[in-house]
Design a protein around this ligand. Structure first.
Ligand code: GTP
Ligand code: MG
Length: 340
């Protein structure tokens, strides 16, 4: 029996949640046992990923988003909301960064909001896997909305975005001509594009540039209607629904909370689209498949590392370096007798 009672987590008790998150982050036996107990209670939350280049205002935006969800949806119906900030380069302060401190103080004292920062360094099991585990705790604890903030545009962010149902990519004005350098990959994962810092010069230009990039990359709904049957023949059918969502580009000013009712409305639209198109099911399956594959990879790797001797590894590597052994043969040698 774990020291932290899973029932307390299911009831949403903050102290129990906090303890569980620490156990899980530290990969303790108790942590794993808790995950085992919590898993059947997951699958209800709307997972929202927020990603983008450093300093585009993601944390400020997430603060405002949380605040608006809690306030505009109002009263007892306001959703409980958790924020996981993955490797924040600037501290997630729960408000100190913001101009409007009074509002954020409201958020900081709001029992319906739980903010957790997570350091990526040293998380050996893979950052996405570690994040997925924390998500499960909040999901089981009844948080209806879970926001995951990640920095950057690398594979790690794409992996984390694949955890989310709805991904917001945050850009800022001033990209100018460099707009072409925005990684195609990051646009592909965007369900909603936000041009934050719209109070800055060049915001209109960035909005227009992003909109035209998206128009070029997304098939027009009428094209799909026209060529529907032909496309269906050449594409896996489960790829079709996502082409029916056209990514909106929204301006926000996170420092003063402008554009947030619109952002929340688009998130609601996206959720609605996911539910009615069958895309929710498809993403859930993809999400769990990713999770399962990450776990399998990590587990196999750990098992293999525990089996193989450092001397044998070094000896084999030396033979590859001196061209006495091919890398393919080396893999065979290294896996031999590992009993995986
Ligand atoms: N002018 C203006 N400044 C903003 C806006 N949103 C955020 N900022 C400022 O931009 C700076 C960076 O904001 P953060 O929210 O820390 O940005 P971030 O993307 O989370 O940064 P990292 O986590 O370090 O990548 C802060 O000084 C914010 O006050 C905005 O809409 N307009
Ligand atoms: Mg941040």
């Amino acid at each position: 029996m774990p020291v932290t009672d899973p029932k307390e987590i299911l009831k949403g008790e903050r102290l129990a949640i906090s303890r569980a998150l620490t156990q899980i982050e530290n990969s303790t036996q108790e942590g794993y046992q808790l995950l085992e107990e919590l898993f059947p209670h997951t699958g209800k939350a709307h997972l929202i990923g927020v990603t983008g280049a450093p300093g585009t205002g993601k944390s400020t935006l997430v603060n405002q988003l949380a605040y608006h969800y809690r306030r505009t949806e109002g009263g007892e119906k306001a959703p409980r909301l958790a924020v996981i900030a993955v490797d924040p380069t600037s501290p997630f302060s729960g408000g100190a960064l913001l101009g409007d401190r009074v509002r954020m103080q409201d958020l900081a004292g709001d029992p319906g909001v739980f903010v957790r920062s997570m350091a990526s360094r040293g998380s050996l099991g893979g950052l996405a896997a570690a994040t997925a585990n924390l998500v499960q705790v909040f999901d089981a604890a009844g948080y209806e909305i879970i926001i995951i903030e990640t920095v950057g545009a690398g594979q790690a962010e794409v992996d984390i975005a694949s955890l989310a149902h709805s991904t917001i990519v945050v850009e800022a004005p001033g990209l100018g001509d460099e707009i072409q350098t925005i990684k195609a990959g990051i646009l592909e994962i965007a369900d909603i594009l936000v041009v934050n810092k719209s109070d800055k010069p060049g915001a209109d230009h960035t909005l227009r540039a992003l909109r035209s990039m998206l128009t070029l990359s997304q098939p027009h709904p009428e094209d799909i209607a026209h060529h529907g049957p032909a496309q269906q023949a050449t594409q896996p059918t489960n790829d079709l629904p996502s082409s029916l969502w056209s990514t909106p580009v929204l301006p926000t000013i996170s420092t003063i909370g402008e554009g947030f009712p619109e952002l929340i409305a688009e998130l609601a639209n996206h959720l609605d689209y996911l539910r009615t198109s069958g895309e929710w099911q498809r993403r859930e399956e993809k999400r769990l498949k990713n999770e399962l594959e990450m776990l399998l990879r990590d587990t196999l790797r750990t098992r293999w590392e525990n089996k193989i001797s450092a001397t044998k590894y070094q000896y084999t590597l030396d033979r590859v370096v001196t061209r006495k052994l091919t890398p393919w043969k080396a893999v065979q040698v290294l896996l031999e007798g590992a009993g995986l």
